[in-house]
Design a protein around this ligand. Sequence first.
Ligand SMILES: [Zn+2]
Length: 151
Amino acid sequence: MSIPPPNDPPPVTPFCARCGAPNETGLTQCAHCGQSLLAAWPPPPGGYAPPQAYPPQTGTSSFGGLIPDKNPSALTAYYLGIFSIIPCVGLPMGIAALILGLRGLDLVKEHPEVRGRTHALVGIIVGGLFGLINLIGFLIVVASMVNPHPH
Ligand SMILES: [Zn+2]
C-alpha cells in the first residue's frame, strides 16, 4: 500500500488570474480583487487536492465508533474480561481486566472523545465477576490441598 502524497499544496505562488496580484498560498480568493483562486489553478496531474480542501482524516476512526481504538486500556480490559471466563488463567486475567477497565473508565471520564466506556465496563464487570469466581475456586482448591482431611 503506497503512502499518499502529503497534503501540502504544490509550491506555486497563486497569482490572481484577473489582476495578477500574488496571494499567499492557502487563500481561496484574491486578497485584492476577490477573484476565486481555485479556478485559476489547473488540476495537477498528480492528483493533489487544493490546499483549502484537506481530505478528512481517515484511518483512526474507520471502525465507526465500535472499537475504542484510542482507549487501549478499555479495549484490553474488554478482551481480558472475556478471557477471564477461562478457568485457572481467569484469576490474573480478571484482575488485569478490573484494573485496566477502571483505568479505561477514568480515561473516558477525562476525555469522552476516546470512547470505550462500554468496553471498560464489560471488562470491569465480567473480569471482576469471573476473577472473583476463580479466586473462590482457587481458594477452595488451596484449602483442600493444605488441609485435605479435616478431623
Ligand atoms: Zn485579483
